[in-house]
Every structure is written in C-alpha cells, then in structure tokens.
Design a protein around this ligand. Structure first.
Ligand SMILES: *Cc1c(COP(=O)(O)O)cnc(C)c1O
Length: 218
C-alpha cells in the first residue's frame, strides 16, 4: 500500500510547522522521492509539494511519465544524486534543476545536453571521501564556467557530515552559508531528515526531506 495523499499532506504540514518554529525566514521544501514508486511521486505532488528530489538517473527515466505529469502541473524536479557525466543525457527534459554539480566536466556536459538548466553547486567543506561536492577553493572557477556556458547558478548545496557531533554539523552549514554570501548566491540548499533543525537554524533556504515524510526507503 502506497502512502495516501492525505497522509503525505499531513506530514508535509507537520514538517513545515516545525521549520517555521525554528526560523522566521521562509524555507523551501524538497520532498525526496528516490526509491519510491511513480504513484508516490504523483501523490506527493497531489499533496501540494512544489519541488521533488530524485537521486538516480535511471530511476528518473523509469518514472518519466509521472515526472512529466507533475512538471506540467508546475512541480519542480531537482536532481540531488551523485551524477556521472555519461548519465546527464538521461535527465534531459525531465529535470529542472541539478543540485549536485561539483566539477567542470559535469558543467560542460549539462551545458551541452540541458542548456539553460538551473544549478546548485555542491560543496564539501568537511573533506569526507565518498561524498560528492567540490572544495570551497574550486567554487570561483565552477561558477564562472557555468555562467559562461549559459547555465543558471542559483545557489550552493551541501550534504551535512554523516557521523559528526552537532557542533561540527553546525560549522559545516555555517561555512556554506558564508560561501553563498561571498558569491552572492541566494539559495542555500542543505538539511535532510536527520539534521533538519540544525540546517534551518544555520540559515538553510531549502531542505531536502525524504524519510521524515515518506518513511523508510526500500
Ligand atoms: C536521500 C537524500 C536526501 C533525503 O534524505 P532523508 O534522510 O531521507 O531525508 C537528501 N539529500 C540527498 C543528497 C539524498 O541523497
């Protein structure tokens, strides 16, 4: 049994109320539908979500019909997963924004296959391996390259440290907030189910929530 529209709507409303209790600024909510069925994707849109997040290029193709439909009704589809250059073509026509861009070769391929796409550049401030994201030092060149190629750099994205104490997580988000300000980028895309409160308190303008709304993944 898939989650009903009513249940999803309740959970979105609860999360939104929590966010409002932690921050006076408005925070956009990306509902992460990775590993969930096309039916769940449709239900999430029917429940009022404005943005959904997906992680796997192949899965985006498999759910293309549902994704087409929700995009026509105005839902924004954001790609948030680590992306191999040769998979970019799979996303063309199905994704509005890519939030996991962390290297020049990926910028070039997106510009070629998906002109004018909106980007959030992913930054890794903690140096953890096995995690996407460029070093902060790489940002100026990546920003310049993206703009030169006609892509729209809206902001920065980061994935919080995986097993860190609260202070380390706070510090990581704070650094990304400062970097966004340094480069004049409005979107600060950070915060997931496990670190939502810290992210919101540290100035996130966009959070990506999966399990806290849709439950455990398959
Ligand atoms: C899966 C995923 C999320 C959502 O994670 P939850 O813990 O389920 O909220 C957010 N961002 C990225 C990059 C993810 O891969």
């Amino acid at each position: 049994m898939e989650l009903s529209v009513a249940t999803i709507r309740d959970r979105i409303s609860n999360i939104s109320q929590q966010i409002e209790s932690w921050s006076r600024s408005s925070v956009d909510l990306v509902v992460v539908t990775k590993t969930h069925s096309s039916e769940v994707v449709r239900n999430v849109a029917a429940a009022g979500a404005r943005v959904i997040g997906e992680n796997y290029a192949q899965e985006v193709r498999e759910k293309a019909a549902a994704i087409d439909d929700i995009r026509s009704s105005g839902v924004d589809v954001q790609f948030i997963g680590q992306l191999q250059t040769n998979k970019v073509r799979l996303l063309a026509g199905l994704v509005d924004c890519i939030a996991s861009v962390d290297r020049a070769s990926l910028v070039d391929e997106i510009a070629k296959r998906m002109p004018n796409t909106r980007l959030h550049l992913q930054v890794n401030t903690t140096g953890e391996a096995n995690k996407g994201g460029c070093l902060p030092e790489a940002l100026p060149q990546l920003i310049e390259r993206s703009i030169e190629r006609g892509l729209v750099v809206e902001g920065l994205m980061t994935v919080g440290p995986t097993s860190a104490d609260e202070q380390t997580t706070r510090e990581a988000f704070r650094q990304v907030k400062e970097l966004a300000s340094t480069f004049g980028l409005a979107v600060r895309n950070y915060g997931m189910s496990g670190d939502l409160r810290i992210a919101v308190e540290e100035g996130s303008t966009m959070v990506r929530i999966g399990s806290a709304i849709l439950g455990a993944r398959n």
